[in-house]
Each structure stands twice: as C-alpha cells, then as structure tokens.
Ligand binder design. Structure first.
Ligand code: ADP
Ligand code: MG
Length: 712
C-alpha cells in the first residue's frame, strides 16, 4: 500500500517524460513532488457524450465539437487588434474559429492539432463560426470524461501532458493506504482514498467524480481541523487557569444597574462564558454577533467576574482609536459601580478602576499605569497590543477580551497568556459576523457563542447608495431635513489607509467644505484620530448633549458611539470602505425609535464590479450574516483563510460554504481522533500528512501555513 506522504518526498522528475524543462514548468504551478502532482486537480471535465458533430450544431446555441485544425491565419484588424482565424473540421463540416487579441492561439493551434472547441455557433458570410471559443487540447486522450487541468498553458504545459503524467503516477503508485479509520468512512459513506484520487482525475461517471470530490474535500477539512483541534487541546492541557467565582455581587449589581434587561442571547452567552470561567481550564471562546447586538456588555460582564474575585481584566482593541473608544464606553458603563474594598475601609466600598494603555499614552502616564497594574490598583485595563508588551505586568490577570481577533497574531495571544502565573480566560469578540462554519475553520481552536438577537426597540436603517450627483444632493437634503426635525447626523469622511494625519486633514477639509456648502448654517462638530483623548471626549459629549447637529468624523466612530437621536449617516466615498466596515459604521444610527437613514456616496461611474456589489448588498439587506456571505463571495475564501492563492493552498476543492456540513463532520472526527486513545499519534499516517501538507516543518512554500491559519 502506498502512502501519500511517501509521494511527497519523490520529485516529479522521477516520472517518465518529466525532464528538467518540464519540471520547471510544473514548479511554476507549485508542483514539485509526485504528491503535489496528484493533488493538482482538474479545473473541469469534458464530457464527450455532450460532443456534437459540427454539422449538427444549431445556430445561436452553445455546443462542443472535437475537430482537427486545417488552416491558421494571423492578421491585424483595422484598429490594430490581433485576429487569429482557425478553420477546423471534423469530417461532417467546417467551422471557423476567430480569436481576438489572442495572438498566441496561432502557435497553440497549428495545422493538424486535435482540440475541443466550445462556444456559440454563429453564421457569418454564409459560414459557420465561433468567436473566442473555449479551447481544450485533448491530444489523443480517449475515455468518456476527460480532465482539463488549470493553468497548464501558462506553464508551457498541455493539459494532456499533465493528464498523462498523473495517469502514469497513479499506475506506478498502486493502491493508497487510507489513513482515515474505516468506521469513519463507513459512517459518512466516503469512498476509499485510492478510488478518490483516481476518481478525481479519471472519473468514469459523474457519480464517480462526485464521490471522489466529497472524499477529498473531507480529507482537506479533516487535516485543517486536526491541526486546530490538537492546538486547542494542547493549549488547554498545558495551562492552569483560574476557576472564577460566578456568584459575586459586582456582576449582579452591574446587570441590575443597566437601564434595560439583557436579551435572551446575551443571557445565554453570559451563561456559556460563565461556565468556562468557573472551570479550571482556561477559556478560549469566540463571541460572535452582529453590530449592535450588545457584545461589549457581555464581554464586560466576563471581565467583571474576574474583578469581583480580586483579579484583573484586560480589554484589547486592534487600534489605538478603537481602544480609546472602548475605554470611554467601558468607563461609562461602570460609572458609579463599586465593589468591596480590601482591608479596613470604613465604607468598605470603592469604585471599579479603569485605565487606558496605548502606544500613544505618554511615557510618564504609561509608567504610572504600569505600576498600578502591577500593584493591583487597576481593575480593568483597556488598550492595544501595548498592553501585552513586556513592560506591562499585571498583579493577577484573570480574564482577557480581544476585540477583532483577525488583527491579532497567535504570538500576541500567547504573550497574553504568559502574563500571569495562571493562564487568563480569553474571550475573542468579532463584529464581523462570519458564517458559523467558516468560523469553525478560521477560529477552529475556539468555542463559539453567538449573539443572534438585537436588543429590542431598534428601527431598521434604510440604506441608499447615491450613485449620481443628483442623488448626492438628495442625501444632503435628507440630512438637513432630519436636523430640521430635531435629529442629528453623522458624516463619515473618506477612509485614507496611508496615514492618520492625511485622514485627519481630509476630515477637516470635509468639515470646511460642508460648512460652506451643503450643510451651511448647521452646527458641525469634528472628530478624528488625531484629536487628543480629552478633546475627543468633549466633542462626543457635545454631540451627545445635542449641541452639535452633525458630527463629521473618520472611522473613529466605528464603535462605542451611542446617540439614539442620530438618525442619519452619510458616508463619503463609500466605495473605499470594506463591506463589514460599512455595516459596522451604519450600526451607529437606528439606535432610537425614529426611522433612520444611511446614505452611501459613491459615483457609479468607474466603480469596480466588486465595489458596486458591496454597495448594492448594503442597500438590500441589514442582516450582518447575509452580508458576510456576500463578502465571502466577493473576496473569496482565500482571504478568509489568509492563504496564499498561488501554489499549494489549504483548500483546493473544499468550499467552506458549499461543503458546510463537511466542516462540521470533519471537526467532529478531529475531536474523536485527538481525544481518542493515543491521540493523533495513534494515527501516524494522518499525523504525518498534517505535518507534510500543513505543518511548520515543511520547507516548501507552505512552510508557515499553520501560522496563516491562525493569524488569518
Ligand atoms: P456591539 O459591540 O455588539 O456592536 P454594543 O455592545 O456596542 O454592541 O451595544 C450596542 C448598544 O446597545 C449599546 O448602546 C448598548 O448599551 C446597547 N445594549 C446592549 N444590550 C442591550 C439590551 N439588552 N437592551 C437594550 N440595549 C442594549
Ligand atoms: Mg476558568
């Protein structure tokens, strides 16, 4: 029985017909070993039963013919475009294939070449014709279903050469050892590995192909899940956590003092988190929920559990601005909240102490806070990665909340875990609602809690994409009308990634321009990342108090800004923002009872199709999960995984969306194997594949693949 991992050590040059030159071509496709070659799957298949004779093709319809090239002519059209005309015949009739701007077709399709042509039959000057048909060189391959391999032309290889080598490799390899336990295969009706590898390259029927694909999809997902699950277990076992007490008075007071009741989803999440907090194993949980679903409150509850037991809590945000916003928000939420003071205090109570630590914090201030953290005089620290720098020590860090995991690397998380003597409980919040199965893969080493409910009393926001100047005018008129009705507005300035300074300047310009023009006569306020913390506070307070009609701001208002009287938002140059970010921004309005609006300004002309699709999606729905799906479609799953697109990739066949059920199954099996007797080591062939294909020991281009998985 052949092991796939063995083939990962055999170079392709061992195969008959692969010399140094061909090997170079293969290497450019990321194919170095025989295993790589066998995992280079067909892009599609030609089903020869669909093949027609040229004479039988119907005018105006698509069809596929196998024909031989009879004559090739290259020339230039009057407007200098290259034109290749290829006359082909199959014995029943002739067909002219015309290719525009594909000059290389002349050398690809030399006289006598056999190829399959797929296209729509036209008639031109009395002749049968196809314009820019799809061409597949099939050589003399026989069989009903012929695989077509991706990218072969670019590498100077033909699809039949690849097919031939793969067939040769399969023959030489013989049957494959199947590393997946037989009972798992039986349970899910998976075919054996030998059948799968053969079936993906040389299917005899459509069924063959389907079952081969399913099996290989399962293998891909299983390898990823094994890495994630093993990692999860290692983290859990290596570490001693804090068994927090849930029944303290602080959290109860905190909840009682809220002006509203918790949603059912919040209660459920708090209970799930509480269960982890109380246990001795360090928590490692993802809190997922749409914008405005009340994650901050849930996260803060978790931190306060730590605080009421005499530990400290840390809240980490991905940027300084977001940290400052969260700091303000958290301060407000714990204002007036007291807990029992240690030692002999006459009144026995003291307020909860919150501090901010970012790299912008002045050195002296930072030293003071650091000392307070080390001495236990601070209960909650809010900050950026500065929080986990070596100098910052906690007296007893009990729980950590990380906002937006995807911008935090695994090392940072590890550093945080190393902060205290016991490993703190970690809660990761994501405002990007990732479909659950995708979350299981990207955040596969975390447990998941979902807030799938918004607090009551929200009114849906009507979103309009202003495509033209006239519509833009209507948007500004909308702002004026809302202000006239006693409401308030946000204007979000163009996102400028290059520099916060340029962004700030642009915000000032926007303010100036609007004050002179569209919003003349209204009371405008300004908020951007370059404004000092105190001034920011002042600006926000003025807006909250209603002393400012329109707050012109950068994305600093992404979180923590909660002004129910704000009923309209205008986003300038909305096409520059990502879908998730626009959705997050839009969450700043629609917080009160009044009908709310969001206007996205972006001239339709010149927009990429992706940008248009983003804006259209936002107009269509306010469901964060639906938008996340759209985002995934537009950006591709590769970006979600953070995987390289070229060469080897973690997911070749599997789609996190289409193969959703298999993600869950693979995860379940991964748990069974890792937790079973002997762990993954009891399945050495699987363990080896994980190392070879995903592991850090691999010297190949996928070297830091696992890091990618976690960093995403
Ligand atoms: P997220 O972080 O999930 O986007 P936030 O935690 O910022 O959401 O909450 C959004 C707003 O909803 C905040 O003003 C918060 O005070 C409020 N809120 C949270 N939970 C509730 C609730 N159960 N009922 C009413 N309002 C709530
Ligand atoms: Mg615990």
């Amino acid at each position: 029985m052949r092991r796939l991992s063995q083939l990962a050590r055999i170079p392709v040059t061992e195969l008959h017909g692969v010399g140094p030159k061909k090997a170079d071509g293969l290497a450019s496709l990321g194919i170095v070993t025989v295993a790589d070659l066998l995992m280079h799957y067909p892009r599609r298949y030609l089903d020869r039963t669909n093949q027609a004779r040229i004479a039988d093709l119907a005018l105006g319809e698509e069809g596929m013919v196998l024909a031989t090239v009879r004559r090739v002519q290259s020339r230039r059209t009057r407007n200098r475009r290259s034109l290749v005309e290829v006359d082909v015949g199959d014995g029943s009739a002739y067909l002219r294939c015309t290719f525009f701007n594909q000059a290389w077709r002349a050398s690809q399709l030399s006289t006598g070449t056999n190829a399959v042509f797929f296209g729509r039959l036209e008639q031109f000057q009395g002749r049968r014709r196809m314009t820019n048909p799809v061409v597949d060189l099939v050589g003399d391959r026989t069989g009903r279903i012929v695989p077509v391999y991706p990218q072969s032309e670019k590498a100077g290889l033909t699809t039949w050469e690849l097919g031939g080598w793969i067939e040769g490799a399969l023959e030489r390899a013989g049957p494959f050892l199947d590393p997946v336990p037989a009972e798992v295969r039986r349970r899910f009706g998976l075919v054996e590995r030998s059948a799968a590898i053969r079936g993906i390259h040389l299917p005899e029927t459509a069924d063959d192909h389907r079952s081969a694909r399913t099996r290989l999809v399962f293998d891909e997902l299983l390898r990823i899940q094994l890495v994630l699950v093993r990692r999860k277990r290692e983290l859990e076992q290596a570490a001693v956590g804090v068994a927090h007490h849930l029944d303290g008075v602080l959290v109860r007071r905190f909840h009682e003092r809220l002006p509203f009741g918790l949603t059912t989803a919040q209660q459920r999440a708090i209970a799930e988190i509480g269960h982890d907090l109380a246990g001795p194993v360090p928590m490692h949980r993802l809190l997922q929920g749409d914008v405005g679903s009340g994650k901050t409150l849930v996260a803060l509850s978790a931190l306060l559990v730590a605080v009421q037991g005499g530990h400290q809590g840390a809240f980490m945000a991905p940027t300084e601005v977001l940290a400052e916003q969260h700091h303000l928000g958290i301060r407000r939420l714990v204002e007036g909240l007291t807990l029992a003071a240690e030692g002999d205090n006459l009144f026995g109570e003291r307020p909860v102490r919150v501090e901010l630590v970012t790299s912008r914090t002045p050195a002296a201030e930072r030293a003071r806070v650091a000392a307070a953290l080390a001495g236990g005089d601070v209960d909650l620290a809010v900050g950026t990665h500065a929080l986990i720098q070596e100098q910052v020590a906690f007296r007893s860090l009990g729980a950590v909340v990380i906002d937006e995991q995807h911008r935090f690397g695994v090392e940072q998380r590890a550093a945080l875990r190393g902060k205290g003597t016991a490993v703190p409980d970690v809660l990761v919040m994501t405002a990007t609602p990732i479909p659950r199965t995708a979350a299981m893969t990207v955040y596969g080493d975390l447990d998941v809690s979902v807030l799938d409910e918004l607090p009551p009393g929200r009114t849906p926001v009507t979103t309009r994409w202003a495509r033209t100047e006239a519509q833009e005018g209507e948007a500004w008129a909308g702002v004026r009308a809302e202000v006239a009705a006693g409401h308030q507005a946000f204007v979000v300035c163009p996102l400028i990634e290059e520099s916060e300074a340029i962004e700030a300047r642009s915000a000032e310009e926007t303010l100036h321009r609007l004050g002179q023009g569209e919003l003349a006569g209204l009371r405008l306020g300004l908020l951007h990342g370059r404004i000092g913390v105190r001034d920011k506070d002042v600006a926000m307070e003025a807006f909250r108090a209603g002393d400012v009609d329109v707050l012109v701001a950068t994305t600093v208002i992404e979180v923590g800004v909660d002004v129910p009287n704000a009923t309209v938002m205008v986003v300038v140059d909305a096409d520059r923002f990502g879908l998730a970010q626009l959705h997050q921004l839009r969450g700043r309005v629609g917080r009160g009872r009044a009908v709310s609006w969001c206007h996205l300004l972006a001239p339709a002309e010149g927009l990429t199709p992706e940008a248009q699709a983003r804006l259209e999606a936002l107009e269509r729905t306010s469901d964060g999960f639906e938008l996340a799906e759209v985002d995934l479609d537009l950006r591709g799953e590769g970006t979600l995984m953070g995987a390289q697109q070229k060469g080897r990739s973690d997911l070749r066949l599997a789609s996190l969306r289409r193969d959703e059920v298999w993600v869950g199954r693979a995860r379940e099996v991964a748990f069974t194997l890792v937790d079973g007797p002997g762990g993954l080591d009891a399945h050495p062939e699987l363990a080896q594949e994980v190392e070879l294909l995903l592991g850090p020991d691999d010297a190949g281009p996928s070297g830091d693949r696992t890091e990618y998985l976690f960093k995403s």
